[in-house]
Design a protein around this ligand. Structure first.
Ligand code: BGC
Length: 255
């Protein structure tokens, strides 16, 4: 077991990628704080799955756009488990609109969850690790769109591009504390975030042509890399992005 005696907080872990990470970490011996903002039933299922694996778990409702709630959540994890070793910033949202139609409300919603909430969750965990003089690991679930354009999703791309630079910048700031920070950039993963795409056969067929491995990714594909980054095996890895996209980002074909 690679994460024995570790405590991990996984944001947005009531379903899909976050839930796969939470359960895979538990299978590797970690105790887990599950976070959700809307899907209470999913969070309870995740809790049961982790308890079945013989690990401790708690569920915390907190909207990542609410910095006060994010700080309170990190405090709660520390008071329940006595410490926090691993933060997975997984919660994320996207809203489709061409840039000329994006509303201020939607822009704020996306950037507040994907970038601001992620930053302040990281800050709270870093303060805990610094004050208790312990090392730790931060893993951000960004996206291939931390690099790749995604027409119709400008605020989403801006937020993920921000997460790309945050990981680089914080890797430098956190090095002296022995804290690593890395990104995972998933491509097209079968999750509710792209339910519209999944329901559209034409779009899906076009997308499949762009993926050299010719399949959508699963939450477990992302969780496998997250487990590596959370483990001792990745002690010397920081400031990097790991793409889990079936080759999507590097694919180019003359039509
Ligand atoms: C987005 C999905 C999209 C995928 C590949 C992800 O970051 O959330 O909506 O299908 O990237 O473009």
């Amino acid at each position: 077991m690679r994460l024995e005696n570790m405590v991990a907080l996984v944001t947005g872990s009531s379903r899909s990628i976050g839930r796969s990470i939470a359960t895979q970490f538990a299978a590797e011996g970690a105790d887990i704080a599950i976070n959700y903002s809307r899907d209470e039933a999913g969070a309870k299922e995740a809790l049961a799955e982790i308890q079945q694996l013989g690990r401790r778990a708690i569920v915390i409702k907190a909207d990542m756009a609410d910095v006060a709630a994010v700080r309170k959540m990190v405090d709660q994890v520390v008071s329940e488990f006595g410490k926090l070793d691993i933060l997975v910033n997984n919660a994320g949202i996207e809203k489709k609109a061409m840039c000329w139609d994006v509303t201020e409300e939607d822009y704020d919603a996306v950037v507040d969850v994907n970038l601001k909430g992620l930053f302040f969750a990281t800050q709270a965990v870093v303060r805990h690790l610094r004050d208790t003089k312990r090392k730790g690991k931060i893993i951000n679930i960004s996206s291939v769109h931390e690099d790749l354009a995604f027409p119709g999703f400008a605020p989403y791309c801006a937020s993920k591009g921000g997460v790309r630079m945050l990981a680089r910048n914080l890797a430098v700031e956190l090095g002296e504390l022995g804290i690593t920070i890395n990104n995972i950039a998933p491509g097209a993963i079968e999750t509710p975030i792209n339910k519209n795409l999944l329901a559209n056969k034409q779009l899906l067929a076009a997308l499949m042509k762009q993926i050299p491995l010719r399949r959508l990714g699963q939450g477990s594909d992302v969780a496998a890399v997250a487990t590596f980054l959370a483990s001792k095996d990745a002690d010397y890895v920081t400031g990097s992005t790991y793409f889990v996209d079936g080759g999507l980002t590097v694919h180019y074909e003359e039509q």
